[in-house]
Design a protein around this ligand. Structure first.
Ligand SMILES: [Zn+2]
Length: 345
């Protein structure tokens, strides 16, 4: 289903306007603050944010009738799996899909213990797997193999329904996006869950010019310390797909995209704020550039001392990542004396 006209005509009906035909599918981008939690109302949950926001939404929204068929953990960072133990306690879950990574955090062990206790069927997602949801199936586009970087191992899913394509990207980065395009796995889509909460290391112009999403959804916390979403990403979206719409959980609350029996798509948000129209000009939307003032992206691409020109620069990154709870994530302090990359000038 392509073409801005078609999308605007249909989605232009907007918030609060009655839907003409029976809704067959809804995808809920749940406002969980800084993190991801996405419910496909055929019984699949992709990630669960941190804390209880996701389980509370599932309980109060009335979207879940009985249990959950499928739970997907795109990767093992706490902003994606931290709330899944609560979900597992609350609902019977049939299948749990992970990327196969293990981790050493409390969030990981809580999640793992919860699905083991519930005796869920567990699967490791790999490229070209199909996750069945009744009449609907979701295709796994990534990963094909695991690498050392957690974010790059995020499970990427493509849901196609009555001609509408939804792409769910976890926290992948530019290199993965490029791989998906070069492997011929992506062409134009309609709805993009923007990777990694709008980090500048994701959502490249190359990827956007291939996928040309008509609506980009950014799942992000209002007061996050990472500077997400970055102005850079907002601008890239505006330059690649001018006039497309951006919806953000920090501004629009929970975002619900629905498709009805006439194959029309609709959106609703809990705040009712109008969508942001993406433009290529200097961006004045309330995204921010704080990320560019952050010394490094602790959850981003793997770094080593050769990526820094001075000891002070490496030390800022090291100190920052420790302060954010990542520890010495890039192993910049080999002798563990608190000083990073001492061989640099
Ligand atoms: Zn994340």
């Amino acid at each position: 289903m392509k073409g801005l006209t078609a999308v605007v005509l249909v989605l232009g009906l907007l918030f609060g306007v009655s839907v003409s035909a029976e809704i067959l599918l809804s995808v809920h981008f749940i406002d969980v603050g800084q993190g991801d939690a996405i419910l496909i109302d055929y019984g699949e949950l992709i990630d669960g944010g941190r804390g209880k926001a996701c389980s509370l939404y599932l309980r109060t929204s009335g979207c879940i009738d009985g249990g959950l068929d499928v739970l997907v953990a795109t990767h093992m960072d706490a902003d994606h799996i931290g709330g899944l133990d609560e979900v597992l306690k609350q609902y019977q879950v049939n299948e749990v899909w992970t990327n196969g990574n293990s981790y050493t955090t409390a969030a990981y062990y809580d999640f793992r213990n919860a699905y083991i206790a519930e005796a869920c069927h567990t699967f490791t997602a790999r490229r070209d797997d199909m996750i069945a949801l009744g009449d609907v199936s979701v295709r796994v586009l990534h990963p094909s193999t695991l690498v050392s970087d957690r974010n790059r191992n995020s499970i990427v899913l493509l849901l196609s329904f009555m001609g509408w394509d939804f792409l769910f990207t976890g926290d992948i980065q530019e290199s993965v996006e490029s791989n998906l395009v070069l492997c011929g796995l992506l062409s134009d889509i309609d709805f993009l869950k923007v990777a990694h909460h709008g980090s500048r290391y994701s959502t490249s112009a190359y990827f956007l010019l291939t996928t040309t999403p008509q609506i980009s959804i950014i799942s992000v916390g209002a007061t996050n310390s990472y500077g997400h979403p970055t102005q850079e990403v907002l601008r890239r979206i505006g330059c690649a797909v001018p006039g497309s719409w951006i919806l953000r959980t920090d501004i629009h609350g929970t975002i619900i995209l629905s498709v009805d029996a006439d194959a029309k798509a609709y959106y609703r948000t809990t705040t009712g704020v109008a969508p942001i129209v993406a433009t290529c000009n200097n961006h004045s939307e309330p995204g921010n550039d704080r990320e560019s003032g952050v010394p490094c992206d602790c959850s981003g691409p793997d770094l080593n001392c050769s990526d820094f020109s001075t000891h002070a620069e490496a030390q800022r990154c090291y100190d920052y990542c420790k302060s954010q709870g990542y520890g010495d994530v890039f192993r910049l302090d080999g002798d563990k004396d608190g000083s990073a990359c001492e061989s640099l000038p």
